[in-house]
Structures are given as C-alpha cells and as structure tokens.
Design a protein around this ligand. Structure first.
Ligand SMILES: *Cc1c(COP(=O)(O)O)cnc(C)c1O
Length: 216
C-alpha cells in the first residue's frame, strides 16, 4: 500500500474530533510530500535538527510538531516555526521555550508529557509534578507559552488491559488538569500499535508513524 492509501485508510476510521500527526522522523522529504499531496498537514518529528531541515525544504503550510524529548539548548532552533511541542517534561524547559518564543514575539503551544508507562526509559512528569506546575505563580507569568494539553506514551506491550489502564490514568489527569487550567483541550495519546485503544479512552490527537510511512 502507498503512503496515500495508508493515510486515507486511517483517516476513514478515526472520529472527526481526533487530529492525526503523521510521524515522519527518519523519512525522506519525498515521503512527506506524498502525504502532503494526500492533504496531510501535521507532521511529527523527534529531532530538532532534522525537523528544522525539513521545515526549510518543504511547503510552508506544513505544521511541525516536536514529539520527542527536547533538550533546552535546542529550543532556539525551532522557536520560529514549531506549531506544538508535545514532550515538555520540566518547568525549566517551559521557561526556556517561553524565553525563545519571546524573541519571535509568538506564543508557542505546548503539551506537558506525563509518565504513564511501566518503563523507566520514557520521559515525563508524575501527577504531583503536573499539579505543582499548573498551580505555581511562576507558571502563570509565562506569557509566551500556552499549555494546551497533555501527552503520554503507554508501555510497549501486547497486554491490552495494561495499555488501556495507562491511557485511562492519563485521561483522568487530563480531566483533573482541565479544572485548574481551562486551556487544556488536547490529549495526545496513541501510536500505530495502540491508537484504537487510545481513541476509545479519550484521545484527541494520535501520533502515527509506521502505519503511514512503513517501518523505520
Ligand atoms: C516514533 C513516535 C511515534 C510513532 O510511532 P509509530 O509506532 O511508528 O506509529 C509516536 N510518538 C512518539 C513520541 C514517537 O517518538
């Protein structure tokens, strides 16, 4: 199946309120253009340098989402153009994004990444850290970032009950977070292997790579 066929097949099965991020990391520009020609506009990358290169080379109406772990010293390279940063996992990083966004006089939308997997390799905040950030005065003073939702990655396992439970936990934090911060509208959860479960559990944004572009 072609990239276009893969995309159309996925789009036909997801509800209208769920947005699709086409995860194009490691893939050549030609693959992204094929998706673009099939009307895909949102692309997800996990390395700032690779994303910035693609942003420079490809059509200007593509939207770039940073879905990987971000080092503070890399924020400056994407501050001009990034549409959404999914993996914000510290207050320090949020402050740096705010500082770099200010230079371009723009507000950068961010998601706070929550650690939901039973694996220590995956980054993210725990519940206490999340609530600490949302209720801090320092956070309220950051004018050049806007926290618009939460993101999480479930454990990589065939155990569906476990994956579902992790997504349910993230959804419950999202609902709690929304009470403190009304700008929380995006719940980014679900990848090629688990997006159907994620949607059943309340995802509003899925990040799909291999099911669109093939294996990496
Ligand atoms: C690579 C990646 C994806 C996409 O993974 P697939 O299994 O290829 O769909 C989604 N989210 C994040 C954070 C990733 O790094």
């Amino acid at each position: 199946m072609s990239i276009k066929d893969n995309l159309n097949k996925i789009k036909a099965t997801i509800p209208k309120n769920v947005s699709l991020v086409a995860v194009s990391k490691t893939k050549p520009n030609a693959d992204l253009l094929e998706a673009y020609e099939a009307d895909q506009r949102i692309f997800g990358e996990n390395k700032v340098q690779e994303m910035t290169q693609k942003w420079g080379d490809l059509p200007k109406d593509m939207e770039w989402h940073m879905i990987g772990h971000v080092q503070t010293n890399k924020v400056k390279y994407m501050a001009e153009y990034v549409s959404l940063i999914h993996g914000v996992d510290s207050f320090k990083l949020l402050k740096e994004i705010n500082k770099q966004a200010k230079k371009f006089d723009r507000v950068i939308p961010c998601l706070l990444q929550i650690h939901i997997a039973k694996e220590d390799t995956k980054f993210g905040l725990d519940e206490v850290e999340l609530l600490d950030i949302l209720s801090s005065d320092d956070f309220k003073n950051l004018k050049y970032i806007k926290v618009v939702g939460l993101m999480g990655m479930a454990t990589f396992t065939d155990n569906e009950a476990q994956v579902r439970g992790e997504f349910q936990f993230l959804k419950s934090l999202f609902d709690t977070g929304k009470i403190k911060l009304s700008t929380l509208t995006i719940l980014s959860m679900g990848m090629s292997g688990d997006y159907k479960i994620a949607i059943e559990e309340g995802s509003t944004m899925i990040r799909i790579g291999s099911s669109i572009f093939g294996s990496r």
